[in-house]
Design a protein around this ligand. Sequence first.
Ligand SMILES: Cc1cc2nc3c(=O)[nH]c(=O)nc-3n(C[C@H](O)[C@H](O)[C@H](O)COP(=O)(O)OP(=O)(O)OC[C@H]3O[C@@H](n4cnc5c(N)ncnc54)[C@H](O)[C@@H]3O)c2cc1C
Length: 532
Amino acid sequence: MGTNGVKMRAMGKRVIIVGGGHNGLVCACYLAGAGAEVTLLEQRQILGGAAVTEEFHPGFRNSTASYTVSLLHPRIIQELRLVEHGLRIEPRQVNNFLPSIEGEGFISHGDPDRARSLLAEQCPQDINALTQYELALHRLAPVLRDLMLTTPPDLTTLSFSDIPRLFQLSRHYGRLTNEDRRLLLKLFTVSAGEILDDLFVSPQLKALLGFDAIVGHYASPYTPGSGYVLLHHVIGGINGKTGTWGHARGGMGAISDAIAAEARSRGVTLVTEMPVERIEVQDRKARAVRTLNGDSFEADIIVAGVNPKLLFCQLIDPAAINPETRLHFEHYKCQSGTFRLNVALNQIPSFTGQPDPSVLTGGVILAPSLDYMDLAYTDARQSGYSASPVVEMMIPSLVDDTLAPPGKHVASLFCQHFDPSLASEWTHRRDQAADTIIDTVDQFAPGFSSTIIARQVHSPWDLEQKFGLVGGDIFHGRLSLDQLFSARPMLGMAQYRTEIDGLWMCSAGTHPGGGVSGVPGLNAAREIIRTL
Ligand SMILES: Cc1cc2nc3c(=O)[nH]c(=O)nc-3n(C[C@H](O)[C@H](O)[C@H](O)COP(=O)(O)OP(=O)(O)OC[C@H]3O[C@@H](n4cnc5c(N)ncnc54)[C@H](O)[C@@H]3O)c2cc1C
């Protein structure tokens, strides 16, 4: 991007980006790099959206919301010079540890050789099928990663400009074998549980793999479509190792800070504590944004780095958009049902069936089987949340001494199946739910609760209030077929432009969806630059 011709045309174009999440920041960098005059307005006092590190108790800092890296696109790391700006991402030594209340835990090691020998001990009957499954995912991942960078075709018009997009699509698809295509079709349409039950025997192995299908997805692993959510979580990688996850030193805020540093170096004006109240539209053209404190910023181009539902249902006058668009976004599904705790700890926990503390450097998943997850979802539908919820714990201070005082620790608890439809009712139920989560950890790690010095609690409602995540949805919209690719966030608007002239979108609510990838921001910038 950024040829001289484009630079000439972009020069002097005033761009306002609404929302300083990492996607807004990425988009700002590329647009400024192309020559535009970019100002970004963020409502909070801190940039990064759901990718931030904050002190939640004196001396204890942690990633407040997102907590682990895999999806951040290598192109963004390189082009935005994130390493030069201080970003360090360490792959996990141990991918995951699944403790069991009754017996031995299940370990997925980060080192491929150790992983293989451990799995051969833990689930010998599944080892061949697992090898085939992993090989297939490794073939699918690069194709899907390329697809992430492809702007989806507009299926409402299929115009001349969609021909290259369709060509790219068929080229990606053409790289797959028929066997891979069959698996892909299944992953997009059936449940993760069904796929895993067909392939494997070990309940713990199935739980380990199936956990990815319910992360940020308010559904059972047996809900059709959950296979895609699983896929979404395994197509990333660290240092070229597909499917691996890692820790950003300093927490997830280090990613946003590095992108913000690049944005500043490209001349972007970054303004915090500047909530946008309205996007002013006149004659179907976006003209300006008005902030809550009454300031007005005129612009040639406005890019919304916020959830599209928030954009269309709160920031634009209903009279300025088509009624069907308004209706679509009223029904746009935002409901990941996640609950997020940060705890300051006196000491690290000790789980039953834990061979040694090194396994705690991975994600500790408290969900011993797919049935456990299925029941947690059913309970949540009946009672708001389960007495035995699904919890993943990370203890980043084990690998990062910048987060807690010496000898102390911080842990992230990421918990699934907390009914998002309870909305503001969560203010009355959040502490009780947090107690249930801690009681659940106590069952797997006796005495855990007595080591807690302080806690920070985020129900789905808190996530919405603090970060603007509508419905507490961590992905800015459910990752289901009706809200993916050419349909994200709406058929006819998946090319990052809206029906309002000059108004664009760049958040996780656009293709390829949620996670700290930066790709929606990059893709949106590319499409905007094309029109300059
Ligand atoms: C609890 C939780 C755990 C997660 N865990 C992971 C993980 O471990 N790994 C991973 O890859 N992903 C994870 N995710 C998902 C990932 O963090 C998000 O999908 C991603 O960060 C979204 O980025 P974004 O820039 O598109 O939007 P956001 O990060 O949501 O940024 C939008 C920004 O817009 C601002 N804003 C909203 N309204 C206004 C307004 N009116 N005016 C001005 N500013 C406004 C918000 O304050 C926010 O800063 C998690 C998310 C959550 C919430």
